[in-house]
Design a protein around this ligand. Structure first.
Ligand code: N01
Length: 545
């Protein structure tokens, strides 16, 4: 872009699930839109995370858009849990089908955004030198898009290759015959470890915290299941939107402590066999709020680990004991625990023997030197706030977002933050986001903000800004519901605990999707209660594209 800074009605940052739908929905309002995306193409998390074994752990028929009944009927998933390439194909299909690439500039990262009070517009700068302005700024940058390297000395001295699961090379990596180290055992590590183990000469897993993981029981989808689902698609979508986590899950009626040992065991066995994330978590109604109840689920998983892993010492090392079951995001896996029965796999507990440094030849712990040809960082993300604090945001009165959020993110509904007018966050901190099916949360947010933008434009309003009172009350509510649960007891990325120095705050909203949706609807119906709406002081500059 050259010449005078172009002006748009809306700027959409990101072209994953959220950004693509934002383009589609906002275009239907007849708005001029500019999109920026750091990656070379659409896909968001599914463009970046191409590590071996990457697939979704929400069922594919639930983890997709609902906005187009025709799309829903035309697209057919091949597996219960879609692989990364299949999800990326789907998003490419959506982009093509609805012509969504048209307004997106790829390979471009937004580096700064400043609210121009006089013009009531955002002025945005990118790493490629673009300078544009827009009345509204939509951050569709995802919750887990800022990959995080481990804080380990000597990484730059390593003579072999280093990979991060969240920035995987597009050409793939062949580990055949190589000695590989994987650092990290969250979802990315747990999915990639069994696949890498089958290829590598030797795999050493450096584990700091064992996680709870359950078998995915993935399989090809059968034609009848697909046909049944398509026949009931609308009805199921309605039920998903009315459900607590954006997925239809039977609500448990009993406490884990209110049944005898045999019944509890039988219920856990059935839950384990569902091959779902929610099966075990929703087996009883008090697993996430009562430590004694939770211990029964944790012990069930540990017993499963002991039954799968041959070496009792390795089984014990793999057994989570430092956080309640479900309070760090649990995982679904294919053959994860059984992988540790392989001759070519070694598990190193780096709490027992901490990593001291990466050396030119591998990884040094306090006990040993491990010679490696390649190291995989499966070390996660600066979750939820990372993508929003990456760009230098300056709001009203020159206030920096980084300063405002220094003690943790503060939002109203997870969508807006006071002092940053016309800035909309899709699935931001303070919204159900990562605790629910992201596809449902994304469509909900984008619809809400599109309706809000339409409302403002119909009434000739220039800006909308959350009041600090409404924001404070929402932040208090988010904390209040989180504190009823066991979640704050874990050092999880939900709490920001994986990033040194990050404020310890439970970031997502755990009050459930229907309750959240009710609040959002009520706020809109009440003429955007909790927001200050400002009329235009001068005619809006003509948008140009
Ligand atoms: O990241 P994580 P992830 N030395 O933060 C360890 C989604 N997702 O990429 O727990 C040693 O969970 C760290 O240890 P600890 C999903 O929401 C979904 O795996 O901090 N270890 C942890 O074990 C998921 O929750 C899908 O003590 C270090 C690991 O690295 C989220 O993304 C697939 C370390 C990081 O685990 C993030 O998952 C993949 C160090 N210095 C991801 N630093 C699906 O849909 C960190 N660790 C299936």
């Amino acid at each position: 872009m050259t010449g005078a800074p172009p002006g748009f009605a809306v700027l959409v940052v990101g072209a994953g699930f959220a950004g693509l739908y934002a383009h589609h929905r906002l275009r239907a309002l007849g708005l001029t839109i500019q999109g920026f995306e750091a990656a070379a193409d659409v896909g968001g998390t599914w463009w970046w995370n191409r590590y071996p074994g990457a697939r979704c752990d929400v069922e594919s028929m639930d983890y997709c858009y609902s906005f187009s009944p025709e799309l829903e009927q035309d697209w057919t998933w091949s597996e219960r849990y879609a692989t990364q390439p299949e999800i990326l194909r789907y998003l490419n299909h959506v982009a093509d089908r609805f012509d969504l690439r048209r307004d997106i500039q790829f390979d471009t990262r937004v580096t700064a955004a400043t609210w121009d009070e006089a013009a009531q517009r955002w002025r945005v700068v990118t790493d490629r030198g673009d300078r544009v302005s827009a009345q509204f700024l939509v951050m569709a940058t995802g919750c887990l898009s800022q990959a995080k390297d481990p804080e380990i000395d000597g990484i730059e001295t390593f003579d072999g290759e280093i990979f991060h699961t969240g920035r995987w090379p597009h050409e793939g990596v062949d580990f055949t015959g190589r000695r590989v180290g994987v650092i990290g055992t969250g979802s990315s590590g747990i999915q990639s470890i069994p696949v890498i183990a089958r290829q590598a000469a030797h795999l050493t897993v450096f584990q700091r915290t064992p996680n709870f993981t359950m078998p995915a029981k993935n399989a090809p989808l059968d034609q009848q299941a697909i046909a049944d689902r398509k026949a009931r698609a609308r009805e199921i979508r309605e039920a998903m939107r009315a459900s607590r986590a954006g997925i239809v899950v039977p609500m448990p009626e009993h406490s884990a402590l209110g049944v005898d040992d045999e019944s509890r065991e039988a219920l856990y066995a059935r839950a384990w066999d569902t091959g779902t994330l929610y099966g075990m978590v929703a087996a009883f109604n008090d697993l996430l709020i009562n430590r004694d109840a939770n211990d029964t689920a944790a012990e069930y998983v540990r017993a499963r680990i002991r039954s799968i892993v041959d070496d009792p010492e390795v089984a014990e090392r793999l057994s989570p004991r430092n956080h309640p079951f479900g309070t760090k995001r649990p995982c679904l896996d294919t053959d994860y625990y059984a992988t540790y029965n392989r001759e070519n796999v070694t598990l190193v507990d780096v709490r027992e023997t901490p990593i001291v440094a990466v050396t030119p030849t591998g990884v040094r712990t306090s006990a040993d030197d491990f010679e490696l040809d390649a190291i995989v960082f499966a070390t996660g993300f600066d979750a939820m706030t990372g993508p929003l604090l990456g760009p230098d945001f300056t709001g009203a009165h020159g206030r920096k977002l980084r300063d405002r959020w220094a003690a943790g993110p503060r939002t109203y509904l997870g969508i807006a933050t006071a002092g940053f007018p016309n800035l909309f966050i899709v699935t931001g901190p303070g919204s159900p986001s990562v605790l629910v099916n992201m596809a449902v949360a994304i469509e909900h947010h984008v619809d809400w903000m599109a309706d809000c933008i339409a409302y403002l434009r119909q009434r000739g309003l220039a800006s909308i800004d959350a009041t600090t009172e409404a924001e404070d009350a929402w932040v208090d509510h988010v904390n209040e519901v989180a504190n009823v649960t066991l979640f704050p007891h874990a050092n999880s990325w939900y709490m920001g605990a994986n990033v040194p120095g990050k404020p310890r705050v439970f970031m997502p909203y755990i009050g459930g999707f229907p309750r959240y949706d009710d609040v959002c609807r009520g706020v809109a119906a009440d003429d955007y209660r909790g927001f200050t709406l400002t009329p235009a002081t001068s005619p809006e500059p003509a948008p140009s594209t």
